[in-house]
Ligand binder design. Structure first.
Ligand code: HEM
Length: 121
């Protein structure tokens, strides 16, 4: 039987993953327009990055509240990578149209963070 806090944590993980999935999908969807010189950084991409940050912060709270101990070093590294992504998104948005290389950097950093999240025990 799941406790209330475990249910809240589960909902936050779902939202966290939806934000990640949406970010990767939106980024990949821009490659074709970017190859034609029409690539953009949609506002939704930046909103999802904030969503990852907010749900991540909420998750830290629920991990403690459910009696667990979060891996602080892993979270710190993930936070730094996400901050790098957010800064990069703002820089790329200012310099639109965005080039495929810029999108590639965003996608690569997203993949780094999901790999860290899953593979760093
Ligand atoms: C691109 C950015 C991010 C990606 C792709 C990502 C991905 C994930 C994934 C796949 C999980 C589920 C696997 C797991 O339990 O470890 C997860 C859990 C979690 N994430 Fe993230 N994350 C990102 C950013 C962040 C940030 C910025 C924070 C903190 C501010 C954060 C905090 C957490 C926490 C606390 C958990 C739960 C860990 C646990 O159950 O002990 N994440 N994340």
């Amino acid at each position: 039987m799941l406790t209330g806090m475990e249910i809240v944590k589960g909902i936050l993980v779902v939202l966290h993953l939806l934000c990640f999935g949406a970010m990767l999908g939106i980024t990949i969807a821009q490659f074709k327009p970017a190859a034609k010189g029409k690539g953009v950084i949609p506002n939704g991409l930046i909103h999802c990055a904030w969503g990852l940050l907010i749900t991540g912060a909420g998750l830290i709270g629920t991990v403690y509240a459910a009696g667990g101990a979060p891996n602080n070093l892993k979270i710190a590294v993930k936070l730094l990578v996400l901050i790098a992504i957010i800064v990069l998104l703002f820089v790329l948005k200012k310099k639109q149209p965005v080039k495929p290389a810029g999108l590639g950097a965003v996608a690569a950093l997203l993949v780094v963070n999901v790999a860290l999240a899953v593979l760093w025990a």
